[in-house]
Design a protein around this ligand. Sequence first.
Ligand SMILES: Nc1nc2c(c(=O)[nH]1)N[C@H]1C(S)=C(S)[C@@H](COP(=O)(O)O)O[C@H]1N2
Ligand SMILES: [Mo]
Length: 310
Amino acid sequence: MLIGKKPDIASSEITPKSLWLDRRRFIAGAAALGAGLAIPRGGANAAPLKAMKSPLSTQGEELTPFKDVTGYNNFYEFGPDKGDPAAYAGAMKTRPWTVEISGEVMKPMTLGIEDILKLATIEERIYRHRCVEAWSMVVPWNGFPLSALIKRAEPTSKAKFVEFTSLADRETMPGLAYSYLDWPYREGLRMDEAMHPLTILAVGLYGETLLNQNGAPLRLVVPWKYGFKGAKSIVRIRFVSEQPATAWNTANPREYGFYSNVNPEVDHPRWTQAKERRIGDFFRRPTLMFNGYGDEVASLYKGMDLKVFF
Ligand SMILES: Nc1nc2c(c(=O)[nH]1)N[C@H]1C(S)=C(S)[C@@H](COP(=O)(O)O)O[C@H]1N2
Ligand SMILES: [Mo]
């Protein structure tokens, strides 16, 4: 029950800051209730989000339950286990939040998350979500095309790639003490991939703002690529002329390429990518080329040897 978990006497003067923040969230939740809105499923730290259904959604596949999408995660900043993000990411502070837009652009800027939410109409995009570890989900994301933000920044002709950088906060992210990745988490896309209409910045899922474990307040989603391309909790988007270094490729270039397109014909050195286990299923199913988005994206890679550019 919501109220039972909250301190009932708390003010900024007499309580530690963490309790005070909790209290503020509780007040926000109570205000939402007063306005006649439903209590978010995610609890007091999620808020309902309006989103228009998009024709670009994947059709006819069963959605992965909310509890799995928000309870079985990869977010190494909070630890290596699938339950670590849900257990520990609550400590991450997602307000205030700004994103630096820099590099090869006419209009470098720093945007607050509130301004980012106003950049474009928020859509619901149901996408297959395929992790490089050969499991998959179907997630109803809420977000908007990355292209909307890119157009606003007016990239120069030198901008050939986009680099995404995640938050790295030692105070709230216990995983940063370990060196399995070179922090901060970084990812990258070629400019045409970044501009593709399927590429979105997600701010919510299941009609609520993202929970921290899913990359609040803003994360990348590129549905034809392995999940690790989808950098979470982004603080910087930089336009560059050369292919940027990425966290996984730097950690292990033999196992994780820059492109990371879902490809059943190119195995990971330690396991097959021909099949995947949809979370909740018992049997594995065949993995689809480009995660099933080939009609939309195969042309981006025409003439490229995808065994070399994996
Ligand atoms: N900053 C950051 N982003 C990240 C990761 C991470 O460890 N840190 N993990 C990636 C991996 S491997 C996957 S599969 C997806 C998982 O997203 P989800 O937990 O919302 O399903 O996030 C990606 N984004
Ligand atoms: Mo992943």
